[in-house]
Write a protein that binds this ligand. Structure first.
Ligand code: C5J
Length: 228
């Protein structure tokens, strides 16, 4: 079997087993736990914690079947040379990028808060991308890595739906990747933004991509043991 069909909106997503990867966006303590970047912007982090369990299930399916897995993290260098003033100085957060908070310096690589949540730490053989922006393609080697591995289709999850997930979906779409967003594996501090983002993705015949609940993907993968 070389291709699966996943029930999705706006129409079934045809998933080539040998050229599909899972991309998990920014499941980091800085966004999901109290004391990090997300909370410093005035957000309640609880809606993001709800996606940890479904993303864990998605990872389990990917690991069981051998799909390539990419984890992204939003991270800046300690000297902030990759953080434009326009990003650091935006708004009036309690703590700015680079300031010291209860989980170390906000959004700085290597700090405890910048790490992945305990449940979703990458394994050694999984690809980790540090990104300075919202989109996973900006300022990273992601496109080159995916092409090197023959990947044309992406299963996308993570946070936040309307910021880093949506930006990544649009970047991927423009580069020719077909993207399926797993609806219950993505979350926003503002649930209405999540709902509307999913609608935007699938509108106009899937102008950005496809969306489906995780259980539809799991049903499609029933009986698949190893994509290799
Ligand atoms: C944000 C993200 N919201 N991962 N980052 O700044 O969505």
């Amino acid at each position: 079997m070389h291709e699966l069909t996943v029930e999705a909106r706006p129409f079934p997503f045809r998933l080539p087993l040998h050229s599909t990867a899972v991309v998990i966006i920014d499941m980091q303590r800085d966004f999901v736990e109290p004391g990090g970047f997300g909370e410093s912007l005035g957000n309640d982090v609880e809606p993001l914690q709800a996606v940890i369990a479904p993303v864990t299930r998605l990872l389990a399916t990917a690991r069981r079947t051998g799909l390539p897995i990419v984890h992204t993290r939003e991270a800046h260098k300690p000297d902030l040379s990759d953080c434009p003033a326009a990003k650091r100085d935006r708004g009036a957060p309690r703590l700015r990028i680079g300031d010291r908070g209860p989980m170390g310096r906000i959004l700085i690589e290597g700090e405890p808060g910048n790490d992945f949540v305990a449940e979703l730490k990458p394994r050694e053989d999984e690809h980790v991308i540090s990104k300075p922006g919202k989109g996973a393609f900006y300022g990273t080697g992601l496109d080159a890595w995916l092409r090197q591995h023959g990947i044309t289709h992406l299963l996308v999850a993570g946070v936040t739906t309307e910021v880093c997930v949506q930006t990544t979906l649009r970047e991927a779409n423009d580069r020719g990747y077909c993207c399926l967003l797993l609806e219950d594996c993505t979350g926003s501090y503002i649930p209405e933004f999540k709902r509307i983002t999913v609608e935007m993705v699938v509108a106009q015949g899937g102008i950005v991509g496809w969306a489906t609940p995780l259980d539809r993907l799991e049903s499609a993968f029933e009986g698949v043991t190893d994509v290799g």
